[in-house]
Design a binder for this molecule. Structure first.
Ligand SMILES: Cc1ncc(COP(=O)(O)O)c(C=O)c1O
Length: 427
């Protein structure tokens, strides 16, 4: 009789063994993502709270990125509590009866959107909000899609037709027919296109382009886009998935421009409260008609789930109660001034431009390589930031409005050190 093989305790826990998780990524998720994760150090993110993300080794990273999601930080307590309650009562709806959490979340959001935008269609992602907006426009005969160069509206097929980046569009052509992109910030070009298309046009635009590299249009741009849409009978979708809910230091980018006559407003990212994915398409009564009359015209099993709507409702409440909008404005002004001062020695060389509004701040470099190097240097100093999907030379900051003074100081110190190191290698 042979002895049983001794049971050997694993040296590391497979759930947090970096090499094992990277192998799982390669085998089942994405080899490209596995490479990127490894280049960044191979850490595994396993927890989060407020402005901080924690890795499996107990380290913590100040999250000034998060792709614009965490205006309330990670796991905001008010949102987390609401979601816990919902999990314990009724997380997903049977969708036969009316459901109160979705109704109350819609009321709360509509109370905060510009006047007239009263009808809310909850979805699970930004791209789905875009899809809902594009379909609503089509239901009214606005079948010619006009987007802007550098704009980003998501990557599902319809949304991708408006995300005018050849890198993402090319492999999936043909996309929606009758789609065109006009230069962002150029109202003359838009007027020329609308002269041609007339009321067939559906215009989709961001108040500030986020993924486009924090591109801030000339003052009055959005107001003029809106006026042109009214003049030519075009349908206007304002995409505030990144800029809305306080990110720009106002509830909406539209507020800054005094635009109050969009047909559709898109909301996402921050609506999650940093807890549950949720986005929304918000429309006027006139625009929403087709979706309102026929609730099965555009549906999705998980859309408007009680758990997502509990997060959305609690998020809007927290934004209000904690004056997150005012804090985003004050913190944004302070951070932009700090970033400008920190970058000043490199301006005209390594750094091409620093710009921002509220808590959406972009650092444009002379060379693309600097963005990757800076991200790595900052990670090494315990700070997370993002690149921009449609602007390879722009590093993007989207910190939470709940960040404290000492956290801002920590960020600026890490940025100063990182710039010093990168400047010796690039530019
Ligand atoms: C302005 C804007 N619209 C739409 C989207 C797409 O959202 P999602 O990635 O949730 O599909 C994004 C995402 O970055 C965005 O910034």
């Amino acid at each position: 009789m042979t002895a049983a093989a001794p049971s050997v305790a694993p040296v590391t826990d497979p759930a947090t063994d970096r090499a094992h998780i990277a192998r799982l990524y390669r085998a089942h998720l994405s080899s490209g993502r596995a490479v990127l994760g490894t280049v960044l150090g191979g850490m595994l993110e396993t927890a989060s709270e407020g402005a901080w993300v924690y890795t499996e080794d107990g380290r913590r990273y100040l999250d000034f990125g998060g792709y614009g999601v965490f205006i309330l930080g990670h796991r905001h307590p008010h949102v987390t509590a609401a979601v816990h309650r919902q999990v314990d009562t009724h997380p997903l709806a049977g969708r036969v009866f009316l459901e109160p959490v979705a109704a109350r979340a819609a009321e709360a959001l509509a109370a905060r959107t510009p006047a007239g935008l009263d009808h809310v269609h909850f979805v699970n992602s930004g791209a789905e909000a875009t899809e809902a907006g594009l379909k609503l426009a089509r239901a009214h005969g606005h079948t010619a899609l006009v987007s802007t160069t550098g704009g980003y509206h998501g990557k599902t097929l319809g949304a991708l037709s408006a995300t005018a980046n050849p890198k993402y569009q090319q492999p999936f052509q043909p996309l929606l027919p009758d789609s065109t992109a006009v230069p962002y910030g150029d109202t003359a070009a838009l007027a020329a296109t609308l002269t041609e298309l007339g009321r067939r046009a559906c215009v989709i635009v961001e108040p500030v382009q986020g993924e486009g590299g924090v591109r801030i249009p000339p003052p009055g741009y959005l107001a003029e886009v809106s006026r042109l849409c009214r003049t030519y009978g075009a349908f206007l979708i304002v995409d505030e998935i990144q800029t809305g809910l306080g990110r720009l230091g106002a509830w909406w980018g539209m507020d800054d421009e005094g635009v109050h006559d969009a047909d559709v407003l898109l909301v996402g990212k921050g609506l999650s409260g940093g807890v549950v994915p949720v986005a929304a398409m918000v429309a006027t009564t006139a625009a929403y008609g087709p979706f309102s009359r026929d609730p099965y015209l555009h549906t999705s099993t998980f859309a408007a789930s009680p758990i997502a709507c509990a997060a959305a409702l609690a998020t809007v409440e927290a934004l209000d109660r904690e004056d997150v909008i005012g804090r985003a404005k004050a913190l944004g002004d302070q951070l932009l001034a700090g970033v400008r001062a920190t970058c000043a020695p490199y301006t005209g060389g390594l750094v091409h431009d620093v710009r921002g509004r509220g808590l959406l701040i972009g650092l444009e470099f002379a060379e693309e390589q600097a963005v990757g190097e800076l991200i790595l240097e900052l990670v090494g100093r315990g700070v997370l930031v993002n690149h921009s999907l449609n602007a390879t030379r722009v590093l993007r900051l989207t910190p939470p409005a709940i960040a404290r003074e000492d956290e801002v100081r920590l960020f600026l110190a890490a940025l100063a050190e990182s710039l010093r190191v990168v400047a010796t290698r690039v530019g």
